[in-house]
Design a protein around this ligand. Structure first.
Ligand SMILES: Nc1nc2c(ncn2[C@@H]2O[C@H](COP(=O)(O)OP(=O)(O)O)[C@@H](O)[C@H]2O)c(=O)[nH]1
Ligand SMILES: [Mg+2]
Ligand SMILES: [Zn+2]
Length: 207
């Protein structure tokens, strides 16, 4: 069931969160539909970077307790692609919310989304929830290319060893990030995401 897990999309969301300095956890929902080994491999990749990763299913109730407990006493923004199950999970945690569960096909066909506002809702216990309406894709905006590396958390500790302090980790000689990718200290998938976003950032700056 759509949308399939897409690490490129996830990485764009993560860049946006990191650039906004928001404490970010990752929820991979619909594990009932996925192959366990593949889910685990992705979860491990992001855990290694330092993210907390929740594996859940709103259908068979996998992982719900752990995620539910983690929401307590915080302001929680549920953000991500349309159709991944944000409203479904929130309805299970807080039945009174009675959030509308989306028909993803409507969204995809019309290219518009059903809800267009987000409100912060108090759910007791010093806990707040913000459900967000559908987005299909995001493009990190307003990020300078020399800053992008900082929003890939695991690049940070290597970047200071790049030969040039203006290094964009793209082609520059003496780049410690590229070196870390070659040594498998940074995942090739994440570096590929970085290059793709770098490309869109450069285009933004050109007009
Ligand atoms: N198989 C499966 N379907 C789910 C799960 N969570 C939500 N869905 C379905 O996915 C669709 C979109 O869910 P919704 O909560 O509206 O997603 P949102 O756009 O992220 O709020 C609905 O048809 C849900 O019933 C899940 O864990 N497993
Ligand atoms: Mg929703
Ligand atoms: Zn570099």
């Amino acid at each position: 069931m759509e949308p399939d897990f897409n690490n490129k999309t996830l990485d764009r969301f993560l860049v946006a969160c990191e650039s906004a300095h928001i404490k970010t956890n990752i929820v991979i929902n619909k594990t009932d539909l996925a192959e366990e080994s593949s889910v685990k491999a992705w979860a491990d990749l992001y855990k290694k970077i330092g993210y907390k990763v929740f594996l859940t299913s709103a259908i068979d109730s996998t992982g719900l307790d752990y995620l539910f407990k983690s929401l307590k006493g915080k302001k929680n923004l549920f953000w991500g692609q349309s159709g991944v199950g944000k409203s479904s999970l929130l309805n299970l945690f807080y039945p009174d919310l009675n959030l509308k569960v989306g028909e993803i096909s409507n969204y995809t066909l019309k290219g518009t989304h059903t809800t267009s506002t987000s409100v912060m809702i108090f759910v007791g216990d010093d806990t707040y929830i913000i459900d967000t309406p559908g987005v299909r894709e995001i493009d990190p905006f307003g990020i300078r290319k020399e800053d992008l590396g900082h929003y890939f958390k695991e690049f940070d500790k290597f970047m200071k060893d790049c030969r040039f302090n203006t290094c964009t980790h793209h082609h520059e000689p003496g780049c410690a990030v590229i070196n870390a990718v070659e040594n498998d200290d940074i995942s090739a998938e994440r570096y590929d995401s970085y290059l793709r976003i770098l490309d869109t950032v450069e285009k933004d700056m050109n007009f």
